[in-house]
Design a protein around this ligand. Structure first.
Ligand SMILES: [Zn+2]
Length: 231
């Protein structure tokens, strides 16, 4: 199994790793900072350095619960090679901001979340909601929360605790990963948002850029899509 360094510190931009497996066009590492696509958050890309050679990591995904770093060509790589990993930090930091903003959006709309997607400069959540939320109000409230200097912290609760408090799960379409006995929880500020999540977030809302635009789309009688746009 790969040690997932990004879980405890989403600000790691590089790390030293060892190749433990090579399959098709993917490599597995003993530890990694590359986030694998999950829960609506896209996988990281970047480069690995081996000696003087740089090889692009095109994408990072989960295959059978293991993290696979997708490369164009594995012919120059072998198991036990020591490499240096460098994620595309500019892209990841943008994704962290969008991701954290979607948690803030959850705090503004109390309806259950039925789906979502995170991109570098845009994110969306679908809510199980009959009436369209007001986009101007959401835009103002989100940017206020961003400016208010709220800390984001990581903690964990037991699976039993989560079973006893099912309301903590906001996103019906993404089930928190189970098996280790512990569920990773993300908390924003003093009770703004608290929910299970495996993704990467900023440390403080002040690190998030200003949201430029909110769009609300009707995706069915009980489905309203809220799109948060940073461009
Ligand atoms: Zn999250």
């Amino acid at each position: 199994m790969t040690i997932e360094l990004f879980r405890n510190d989403s600000y790691l931009k590089n790390c030293n790793s060892k190749i433990i497996k090579i399959e098709n066009n993917g490599i597995k590492l003993d530890q990694t900072i590359f986030y694998p696509e999950a829960g609506g958050q896209p996988g990281d890309n970047g480069i690995i350095q081996i000696g003087n050679e740089e090889i692009s990591i095109l994408d990072t995904t989960y295959v059978n619960n293991e993290i696979v770093h997708v490369v164009e060509n594995t012919s120059n790589l072998k198991v036990d090679d020591q490499i240096e990993c460098n994620i595309n930090w500019g892209r990841r930091f943008n994704i962290m901001q969008v991701h954290t903003t979607l948690h803030l959006l959850c705090s503004l709309i109390s309806a259950p979340v039925t789906g979502g997607q995170i991109n570098e400069n845009k994110g969306r959540l679908d809510f199980d909601l009959e009436s369209k939320p007001n986009k101007e109000e959401i835009l103002e409230a989100l940017n206020n929360l961003i400016k208010q200097n709220h800390e984001i912290s990581i903690s964990s609760i037991s699976e039993e605790e989560l079973d006893n408090k099912p309301d903590l799960i906001r996103t019906m379409s993404v089930k928190p990963p189970r098996g280790s006995g512990l569920i990773r929880m993300i908390n924003i500020g003093d009770g703004i948002d608290y929910q299970p999540c495996g993704g990467t977030h900023v440390k403080n809302t002040q690190e998030i850029r200003e949201v430029k635009k909110i769009r609300v789309e009707n995706k069915g009688r009980m489905n309203k899509r809220v799109i948060v746009d940073f461009l």
